[in-house]
Design a protein around this ligand. Structure first.
Ligand SMILES: NC(=O)c1ccc[n+]([C@@H]2O[C@H](COP(=O)([O-])OP(=O)(O)OC[C@H]3O[C@@H](n4cnc5c(N)ncnc54)[C@H](O)[C@@H]3O)[C@@H](O)[C@H]2O)c1
Length: 389
């Protein structure tokens, strides 16, 4: 198998997650995957670029992402930048004939995501979007139970993604609070994962009714800015950035198969850290999942012994989908690293085998269309059909 040469763009939190997975990929999947060479890290902050390359095991570093996209020896580009850079980088990389793995949400809007999906399709490259949570064995097994009819007809989906870091005192006005950089707030940052779960497990979403709200309207700018020409600190008001994205996204859903749904996503839920949780009810059973107990799946089947009524806990392990190469026993646990390992395994094995990737840029685009419909619905205070535009 030919060695795949990779460039990573962005040197923040997700650069760490992806790099940890790159470092461990062979350990888990030897000899099934080709050799993957970590060629270059691009990060606009020079200190972070240099220290990140050293720490995360990338041979070279640069502050200009074009040094990766324009390098003819690089086969694949992994994008872990703020959302506004996903489209320019992914489109340039695809046009240069490189395979692209791009973090979620694919783009800030549906039309932007569409350009990315079209560029990837025209170039004929593998183009995957980083919805990692669907890869963990508990979620993959839930899909197997649903598609094999164990739950009967699916009636309803209820999904939550709750965090509390948005309430931290002194929380900064980062790119995540700016529509021009992030697209949306809690909706695109964390709600997008729930939308991915809903589509993966239940099916296509047809229409939405959204309610978006911003509770913290101003946040501290990262650094005090000097008054131009005077070298003094700016006044109080100039140290605050105006938040123009949602803090809370509450959404009703109608699926194409008739099921109903509910999504609630916020970064303002005190006590909740990374509470990505869902429950699905069918007319023959129920499933429930909570990422904070990520190797457990709750399952109820009505033909169980009536004296053992209630949801039972399944501990996932090597017998479950995507579990075989992780750990030899159920209950060892699957965490964030494993979810990223599985994402990278699927991307690089698709390149090696010339097979399809999932979730691909078409999925990423559809999720952006659904989010556009949610934004429109909240604005116009009415149900909105998800278009194909
Ligand atoms: N799949 C998941 O579970 C998950 C989790 C967190 C974040 N994400 C996504 O990953 C992406 C990155 O998020 P993060 O948490 O790492 O953000 P971050 O702010 O920690 O890191 C982003 C990095 O990109 C760098 N950057 C900005 N402009 C750049 C440029 N022109 N060239 C190179 N680097 C540049 C920044 O300096 C920063 O270091 C986002 O799209 C986010 O939505 C996904």
């Amino acid at each position: 198998m030919k060695t795949i040469r990779v460039g990573l763009i962005g040197g923040g939190v997700m650069a760490k997650a992806h790099s940890l997975a790159y470092q461990n990929l062979h350990l888990y999947y030897f000899p099934k995957l080709p050799e993957i060479e970590r060629v270059r890290l691009a990060e606009v902050d020079e200190h972070l670029a240099q220290s990140g390359a050293e720490r995360y095991g990338w041979s070279e570093w640069t502050t200009n992402w074009r040094d990766i996209v324009d390098d003819p020896t690089i086969d694949a580009v992994d994008i872990v930048t703020p959302n506004d850079l996903h489209a320019p980088i992914a489109i340039a990389a695809a046009r240069a004939g490189k395979h692209v793995l791009c973090e979620k949400p694919l783009a800030r809007t549906g039309p932007e995501a569409r350009e990315m999906a079209e560029a990837a399709k025209q170039a004929g490259v593998k183009a995957m979007v980083g919805y990692n949570y669907r890869k963990v064995p508990a979620v993959a097994y839930a899909r197997e139970l649903i598609t094999t009819g164990k739950l009967g007809r699916i009636l309803s989906f209820r999904g939550f993604y709750l965090q509390d870091w948005g309430l931290e005192p002194g929380g900064l006005f980062t790119w995540r609070f700016q529509a021009s950089r992030a697209g949306t707030g809690s909706l695109g940052d964390i709600g997008a994962h729930v939308i991915d779960m809903a589509r993966f497990l239940v099916g296509e979403i047809e229409s939405v009714s959204g309610l978006l709200e911003t509770f913290v309207g101003h946040r501290l700018l990262p650094e005090p800015r000097p008054v131009p020409g005077e070298g003094e600190l700016a006044d109080e008001s100039r140290d605050l950035g105006v938040v123009d994205v949602d803090d809370v996204a509450t959404v009703l859903l109608r699926f194409a198969n008739g099921a109903t749904g509910l999504i609630d996503a916020t970064r303002l839920a005190p006590g909740r850290k990374n509470h990505l949780a869902w429950e699905i009810n069918g007319d023959r059973g129920s499933l429930a999942f909570n990422w904070e107990r990520s190797n457990e799946l709750q399952y109820y089947a009505p033909d169980d012994d009536p004296r053992a009524e209630g949801l039972r806990t399944i501990l996932t392990g090597p017998q479950h989908p995507n579990g075989a190469e992780l750990w030899p026993l159920a209950g060892f646990g699957t965490g964030y690293l494993e979810s990223t390992l599985l994402l990278l395994r699927d991307f690089y094995s698709a390149i090696a085998d010339d097979s399809s990737v999932a979730p691909d840029f078409e999925d990423g685009w559809r999720i952006c269309q659904i989010m556009d419909a949610i934004v429109q619905s909240s604005h116009e205070q009415r149900w909105v059909s998800v278009t194909s535009g």
